[in-house]
Design a binder for this molecule. Structure first.
Ligand code: SF4
Length: 226
């Protein structure tokens, strides 16, 4: 399975520049209270042209210190999961639904997610991934509101022109050992989701116009001999 983009996409340099603009705006943002408590913004990082975008929930304590998503134990587990399907971290893009650390590692509030959503929307638009993998219930709810992750995890669904695969958050496996196997199994469905997304991107074969109806040749006239 190739994880390379098969579409014609803007250059990685163009996307990197656009993503840097988003990151710079995140660094200046004071649209919700979260910036007040944070040490560093965590806009997200990875391949600007990635075929697969992972979306987590919010920066944790270590992410807040380093300005990078998924570091620490959950980040290490995510890298192990990526390796299990032949991927490296620098081949995907990783972001969160909110870009600053909620104090005390609390859940992000609905109004914070809504206020921050424009940054994530722009990242999705720039990267234009074929597959989005949501990690945890907050990013799942962006695409499948009202669903329960315990019901839909591991099943990729079409969302507009791409596939979205909802998974449990890797940190959940660190706290609930019985979820570890589930996440490992669900992760193996990413290549199939990518193959499905590639089919969506493949233009349908042009429909051939029907052949004009053949008018039967009139039978040759018998020449009268008389
Ligand atoms: S979490 Fe998002 S909306 Fe809130 S201050 Fe940070 S960048 Fe702005």
């Amino acid at each position: 399975m190739s994880f390379e983009h098969t579409r014609t996409t803007p250059s990685a340099d163009d996307n990197a520049a656009l993503l840097s603009e988003v990151a710079a705006e995140v660094a200046r943002c004071q649209a919700c209270v979260l910036y007040k408590h944070a040490l560093k913004p965590v806009p997200g990082d990875g391949d600007p042209n990635a075929a697969i975008l992972f979306i987590g929930e919010a920066p944790g304590r270590y992410e807040n210190q380093q300005g990078k998503p998924f570091v620490g134990a959950a980040g290490q587990f995510l890298e192990d999961l990526l390796r299990s399907i032949g991927l490296r971290r620098d081949q995907v893009f990783i972001a969160n639904v909110v870009k600053h650390w909620p104090p005390g590692n609390r859940d992000p509030l609905p109004e914070e997610i809504a206020t921050c959503g424009g940054f994530l929307d722009r990242q999705i638009e720039i990267i234009n991934p074929q597959v989005i993998v949501t990690l945890g219930r907050f990013s799942m709810a962006k695409f499948f509101p009202g669903e329960r992750i315990s019901r839909i995890h591991g099943v990729a669904r079409r969302h507009r022109n791409r596939m979205v695969l909802p998974l449990y958050h890797p940190a959940a496996a660190l706290h609930q050992a019985n979820l570890r196997r589930t996440i490992e199994e669900d992760f193996k469905r990413i290549p199939a989701a990518l193959a499905e997304a590639e089919k969506l991107a493949t233009p349908a074969a042009p429909i051939k116009p029907p052949e004009p109806a053949q008018t039967p040749e009139p039978p040759p006239q018998q020449l009268s001999l008389f």
